[in-house]
Design a protein around this ligand. Structure first.
Ligand code: NOJ
Ligand code: MG
Length: 535
């Protein structure tokens, strides 16, 4: 039986506004992106699939995650025919295109919402959550917006409130309505029919809500947050990870299977409890998602520490249903970049390579975030250039710093744009660009290329089992094994020189930066070792 492609793939997330700008408006676009695919293809990084953060028409209150038309490209990015050229070019380079899809909400500028808001008689009224306000303006329930405040918004043109779990411009849709379901599935099918290989599904764990929209209980110990930030105060039993989720995911899966020979459905999921993970994958009879991020057991939330990594990796593996395949990510458009998170002061130049060594050798599908392959760090955004609504609501917590322009070349504009970039590019930083690093065999970029080509060459790294090795304090070590091929990995996450596990001695070092003596790992040093019987 052949394995599905996504199981051994390396997926690369692109934030299209920040990848490459072809027309000088300072915003990345599809022709720009297409012109830079060489960086990702077989003569570059060698990744298998790109995931594009939303490119649909958007009212841009949440930069693409507020979709105003799911079946068209936002003019800032180009046209449908630019998109077709992009997928064709990606295909020529052996790469698949996966789109972000936003099933939980639409922009209030979407024609569906515009129609729905015309009144209770609208055929699309029930596609959204409209409720009258209670006595003295009370909200229909206690749900909160993830971006702060209550999750209910007044319609300035009507009497009722609508549910909006993120910005007020993102109205939640009602997946219990058959018409809405059909429309959403139709939009996904539109893209699969156009040659897309699947979707990353935005906050897909929210699409099933309690039918009565009952209040959430307050989470233990969070009482003090009730008046400050209701979302954070609550246990999300009625607005997230609802028991009815699997049936909806199975419906999405049936649609995907009927429009694509080998689709990928990758969920953005936040299991509140470990047993929520089961909800995502479904059963053999009614399969759901293929992959699901576990953002409660995630490498995005832990410090650079071998024990913390070991705990998180074990927990994420332990809670996976049998036969489910893990999926790993260290950075994305919502989190501080890991080069910054793992090394706040910028004093550990080799850490991005050590982090990559882990990310690309764990059991599971790795998802890279654009720029991490050159060690991009968060960029400080002056207050007057801050754009993210989260940063506007919670100063200091905005997501602009991790969304800044891709750094292609040295010098002004960093090869991203000839115009003024929509977010600051961080200015001149020697060595922090693709062109410079591509020419340097010791660069972070070269290390990523080497790791990815090693994955291609070694089935144990792609598909093998995973076993931790006992190791010195500060060292994370494990073995991957598949059909007799074994690969050992050790990364020194501690502050001092540490011995590599004895188990690895005698093997052939395939990749490493043993700056010190053989068998000793410098801080941030690593070794990927062949332990083949004949190796
Ligand atoms: C999760 C996305 O990753 C984030 O960027 C967005 O703001 C929310 N979902 C709302 O769509
Ligand atoms: Mg542009």
């Amino acid at each position: 039986m052949t394995e599905p492609w996504w199981k051994s793939a390396v997926i690369y997330q692109i934030y299209p506004r920040s990848f490459a700008d072809s027309d000088g408006d300072g915003i990345g676009d599809l022709p720009g992106l297409a012109s830079r695919l060489g960086h990702l293809g077989p003569d570059g990084l060698g990744i298998d699939a790109i995931w594009l953060s939303p490119i649909y028409r958007s009212s841009n209150h949440d930069f693409g995650y507020d979709v105003s038309d799911f079946c068209d490209v936002d003019p800032t990015f180009g046209t449908l025919s630019d998109f077709d050229e992009l997928t064709a070019e990606a295909g020529r380079l052996g790469m698949k295109v996966v789109l972000d899809f936003v099933p939980n909400h639409t922009s209030i500028e979407h024609a569906w919402f515009q129609e729905s808001r015309t009144g209770p008689d609208s055929p699309r009224r029930n596609w959204y959550f409209w409720r009258p306000s209670g006595p003295e303006g009370a909200f229909p329930n206690n749900w909160g917006s993830t971006f702060g405040g209550p999750a209910w918004q007044h319609d300035p043109d009507g009497d009722e409130l609508y549910l909006a779990s993120f910005t007020p411009e993102q109205a939640d849709v009602n997946w219990r309505d058959p018409g809405l379901r059909e429309a959403m599935l139709g939009c996904m099918a539109f893209w699969l029919d156009r040659g897309v290989w699947g979707f990353r599904l935005d906050v897909v764990d929210r699409i099933a809500k309690d039918p009565g929209l009952a209040d959430n209980p307050i989470a233990e110990g969070r009482e003090a947050l009730v008046g400050v930030m209701p979302w954070l105060a609550q246990a999300h039993v009625n607005d997230q990870n609802h028991p009815d989720l699997p049936a909806l995911l199975a419906e999405i899966r049936r649609m995907a299977d009927s429009h694509c020979s080998d689709p990928l459905l990758l969920g953005e999921t936040f299991p509140d409890a470990d047993d929520h993970v089961r909800l995502y994958y479904g059963t053999p009879d009614a399969p759901g998602l293929h992959l699901a991020f576990n953002f409660n057991r995630s490498l995005c939330d832990i410090p650079w520490n071998a024990k913390a990594f070991r705990n998180t990796i074990s927990r994420a593996e332990d809670v996976l249903p049998e036969a489910a395949w893990p999926c790993w990510v260290m950075s994305n458009h919502d989190r501080a970049r890991h080069a910054t998170r793992f090394d706040a002061n910028g004093t550990a130049p080799h850490r991005p390579k050590a982090a990559a060594t882990i990310l690309l050798t764990l059991r599971g599908t790795p998802v890279l975030y654009y720029g991490e392959e050159i060690g991009m760090r968060d960029v400080r955004i002056p207050e007057d250039r801050q754009l993210d609504p989260v940063g506007n609501a919670f100063p200091g917590l905005g997501r602009d710093p991790e969304r800044t322009p891709m750094r292609w070349e040295p010098g002004a504009g960093v090869g991203f744009t000839t115009g003024e970039p929509w977010l600051p590019d961080g200015g001149d930083v020697p060595g922090l660009d693709v062109a410079t690093q591509a020419a340097d065999p010791d660069s972070t970029l070269s290390h990523y290329r080497n790791l990815i080509s090693l994955r291609r060459a070694r089935k144990s790294l792609r598909l093998g089992s995973f076993t931790f090795l006992d190791a010195a304090d500060g060292v994370l070590a494990y073995v991957r094994e598949h059909e007799g091929e074994r690969t050992g990995i050790a990364v020194n996450m501690g502050d001092g020189v540490a011995p590599a596990p004895e188990f690895l001695t005698g093997g052939e070092v395939l990749l490493g930066n043993p700056a010190g003596e053989p068998g000793l790992l410098e801080p941030d040093g690593f070794a990927v070792v062949s332990l083949d019987r004949d190796g």
